[in-house]
Design a protein. Sequence first.
Length: 256
Amino acid sequence: MVVAIIVGAGEGRRMGSTGGRKQFTKISGKPLIAYTLEPFEKSQLIDHMVLVVPPDSIDWVREEIVGQYRLKKVREIVAGGETRQQSVWNGLNVVSNNTEKVVIHDAVRPFVNETLIKRVIDASRKTGAAITAVPVKDTVKQVESGEVVGTLDRRLLWLAQTPQCFDYQIIVEAHKMAAREKIEATDDASLVEKYGAKVAVAVGSYANLKVTSPEDLPLLEYFLRQDRRIRLEQPTTRQRRTQVRSRARRRRSKRK
């Protein structure tokens, strides 16, 4: 069984004057988190989902997100903790111990898709742990006290994303170790690395943006419009069959 934990318990402090929690911000009339959840709902590789949200949002999410968008794979909605790491742990606590894989994803990355989900699950079969990531494009400087002290070799640098996928036992034990040793990390793969497991890399997508500030919203809306336009322009199965028949008829006519 493969369970997805969608982490959306943040308070959105970096959203500034826009206010509100970024995971619930409406884009084209639809909450951002709903865009994020739909690929997991559609993926044949995901058996069910656990949502981690702010404690006072549980009932609202159940009615306005899970109910409104008919997300049948959502089995549990749990309260988040003070940090992302604590929120993931709260999600893990309701996952059955007979689970094979756990896929962890940020609720504020709405451009995840079924391809990325499959890619990271497949990569995790090699080592028991995998992340999605993309190569760094820019030159990266190491800075101290406002001065450059070094230039890092970008050929060795990748930007970590979610989804990340782990064997159930590995991610649970990594979190237990972190609690014992009081280790805090910004992503789950960092804990797994400290636990001693190897983490494979699946190629992510530069479009797999994480919404963290108001400046991200116009870009998000642009990508959503582009994504919708591309899907509308793609012919349906019936249209493709009609096109094939039409070409076949034209070829027969030319032969005559």
